[in-house]
Design a protein around this ligand. Structure first.
Ligand SMILES: [Zn+2]
Ligand SMILES: [Zn+2]
Length: 260
């Protein structure tokens, strides 16, 4: 009697309502190739991405990240730097650093373009000046003045190049800091049990860089917990003085054996 007129929840798709809100935004299968999606919404079959985890904090488009000219990944949509998505969402501080790095990157690009333009126009003006010298014979003072004038674009080009380099350095420092924050976020999300290889995988950097990031995270953790220092000192104090003496004796013996 109670079941009359009622359909099973599965028949009307009611079980979909129980999905977590964060995952509700992405489809169950890839809408391009019907392949299975991983928990973040990445299709392993065709590489398409779905879901909020892949939303770029800079251009707001849902797109994948890719390797760029820097050692760090960038947005496939806008080309801005982007930390690869993972289960733990990216922090506000990381987004701020990515924004800062992007604007420094754009400034560096603009100054580099300006430097190239100034160099080209300097070359052209020098060429014209030399041609004029060939067909006319101006006074020596005019010659020197013309040469100096044609050197101005070269000075401007050098100035712009230096500015471009300084902005590129600032961009690099911000990216380094952003990836460090991401590494420490991932390390704390995994309870500190994260290998350099795993960090390299998650943050899509090479292993040498991942090792550096992990070392930096460990140093930061150590500084953040000053209570650990006295504990370690106490451990040394508590060890048996006789053991320490024996260990020192053994070291002396081996070192004298090795000596010719
Ligand atoms: Zn697909
Ligand atoms: Zn983007």
């Amino acid at each position: 009697m109670s079941g009359v007129g009622q359909l099973a929840p599965a028949a009307i798709g009611a079980e979909r309502v129980t999905l977590p809100a964060a995952l509700a935004a992405r489809p169950d299968v890839c809408s391009a190739c019907s392949g299975a999606l991983d928990p973040l919404g990445h299709c392993a079959k065709c590489g398409a991405v779905f879901g909020e985890a892949y939303r770029c904090p800079l251009c707001q488009a849902i797109s994948d990240v890719e390797a760029g000219k820097t050692p760090y990944t960038r947005c496939r949509s806008c080309g801005g730097p982007r930390i690869p998505p993972s289960e733990s969402p990216i922090s506000e501080a990381e987004v701020a650093l990515l924004r800062g790095a992007r604007s420094e990157q754009l400034r560096a690009i603009a100054f580099r373009a300006g430097s190239g333009f100034a160099l080209a126009s300097g070359g052209l003006s020098l060429l014209v000046t030399l041609l004029v010298f060939l067909v006319t014979s101006p006074a020596p003072v005019a010659k020197v003045a013309a040469m100096l004038a044609s050197l101005v674009p070269f000075a401007l080009s050098l100035f712009a190049l230096r500015r471009a380099r300084s902005h590129a350095r600032k961009c690099d420092a911000m990216l380094q800091q952003a990836w460090f924050l991401a590494a420490s976020r991932l390390a704390s999300a995994h309870g500190g049990q994260l290998s350099a290889q795993r960090i390299a995988q998650l943050l899509r950097v090479d292993e040498a860089r991942a090792e550096l990031l992990l070392a930096e995270v460990n140093v930061q953790d150590f500084i953040a917990q000053p209570s650990e220092l006295p504990a370690r000192v106490r451990v040394t104090e508590l060890s048996d003085p006789e053991d320490l003496a024996a260990a020192a004796e053994a070291t002396r013996a081996t070192s004298s054996v090795n000596r010719p």
